[in-house]
Design a protein around this ligand. Structure first.
Ligand SMILES: Cc1ncc(COP(=O)(O)O)c(C=O)c1O
Length: 417
């Protein structure tokens, strides 16, 4: 046996599955079942005691399968595999990215608590924070990627003097502008807000770069959260979410998931298992193409600014954050077209190969207009502050040949009046 730990991409093909236990099936079968038969009533009793945490497991004892809202072999295998990428002890998969985010927040936030969050975030998350959490008495405070540690403390002091947040949530890179937030800075803040008996946790939405190009747990985050609909699944054929962290933190999240019923179903779990096998090659190839596409877009006279992680300048504070916490530039490119909404729409309506659709991280390239689509519900004041202008277009680069994409982009620009 090799002494070198196996790489995650190797583990994606086999970890937590043994063909010999399943009549030699090379691929893990689909366990399309809602419930599992116990060998005896005593075994059922033992599993339930562990599921509800009524006692500690005895040495070597493991909880068996009970019911697919609680556990299922397909679900458990993808949880075992994804955590390897993020180097977490445990993982929980959900029926969507929003299910992961909302279940996680309901696990750790209580009425009266303050949620400190970095912006921009995905439009659905923004809606949840601004319009759903306040209905449960949760107070919120926003900062942006431009704010330093001192700025964040000043904002907090102005909004809630003498009080500390209970939870910090950031999305980095932020959707749709690729703005970065310093994970280590947020981790320091979370530690400084933690009190005896009440820890302030830091959660990072790692959808845009992770897990291949960013590992927030290595920079002090307590939780990593994903829309697994995106790169992790990668084929635009299912909706899923995930959370990775320590065993203790994920145990709390899973307990909430069991009672909210927000787990991922067996068939989607099986599809995620297929997708994890190609995650690294997909993300790397897409990132290489995105670089070429972004360079072409940057050179076009009808483009004002390109928001791409490969173009950060040495004197930009964002570059320092990138060098410290990112392992690659990813495949999300957004840009401001010369003009406004009309010019952005002219471009989008004439773009071949790209599907005019929200979502991202799939094998096919996708294009959308954040101000009127994914981020339409963000207040116009925040949209202005965060750079989500009417002339902003977001591209997610897929697996097509980059020359074909560039040609399609050139033709679309020709149609912009
Ligand atoms: C960065 C990010 N986080 C979370 C979500 C929500 O995920 P889902 O659509 O899987 O619920 C999205 C969706 O676009 C996203 O882009």
């Amino acid at each position: 046996m090799s002494k070198i730990p196996l790489s995650p991409e190797t583990q994606m093909l086999s970890f937590a599955y043994n063909s010999a236990d399943h009549q030699g099936a090379v691929k893990c079968p689909l366990f399309q079942t809602s419930t599992f038969a116990f060998n005896s009533a005593a075994e059922g009793k033992a599993f339930f005691e562990l599921a509800y945490g009524l006692r500690e497991p005895s040495k070597g004892e493991e909880m068996g399968m009970i019911y697919s809202r609680v556990n299922n072999p397909n679900l458990e295998i993808i949880e075992q595999r994804l955590r390897l990428w993020d180097k977490g002890d445990a993982c929980a998969f959900f029926s969507s990215g929003m299910a992961a985010i909302s279940t996680m927040m309901f696990t750790f936030l209580r009425p009266g608590d303050i949620l400190l969050f970095g912006s921009p975030v995905y439009g659905g998350t923004d809606h949840f924070i601004h319009h759903v959490l306040p209905q449960f008495g949760i107070r919120t405070l926003m900062f942006t990627s431009r704010d330093s540690e001192e700025d964040v403390l000043a904002l907090l002091n102005a909004a809630y003097p003498g009080e500390s947040p209970s939870f910090i949530y950031i999305e980095t890179p932020g959707n749709p502008t690729n703005n970065l937030i310093d994970i280590e800075m947020c981790s320091r803040l979370a530690r400084s807000f933690s009190q005896k008996g009440k820890q302030c946790l830091l959660a990072v939405d790692n959808t845009f770069l992770g897990p291949v190009f960013q590992r927030p747990l290595e920079h002090g985050a307590d939780l990593v959260v994903y829309s697994a609909t995106k790169f992790i699944s990668g084929h635009s054929d299912l909706i899923a979410g995930a959370c990775v962290g320590s065993s203790e933190v994920i145990a709390g999240v899973k307990a909430m998931r069991t009672f909210m019923g927000t787990m991922l179903d067996p068939h989607s779990s099986w599809l995620v298992m297929r997708s994890l096998e190609t995650l690294k090659v997909r993300m790397e190839t897409q990132a290489q193409s995105a670089f070429k596409v972004a360079e072409y877009v940057r050179s076009h006279p009808k483009v004002k600014d390109v928001h791409f992680l490969g173009f950060l300048k040495e004197d930009d504070p964002q570059k320092k954050i990138f060098d410290n916490q990112c392992l690659g530039t990813g495949s999300m490119v957004s840009f401001n077209i010369v003009g406004g909404e009309k010019q952005a729409f002219d471009f989008l309506d004439n773009l071949d190969h790209f599907k005019l659709a929200v979502s991202l991280g799939s094998t096919e390239s996708l294009a959308e207009h954040p101000a009127t689509m994914t981020h339409v519900d963000v207040s116009s004041e925040d949209r202005e502050k965060l750079g989500i202008h009417p002339n902003l277009v977001r591209l997610s680069i897929g697996l097509e040949n980059s020359d074909d994409l560039i040609e399609a982009i050139e033709r679309a620009f020709d149609c912009v009046k």
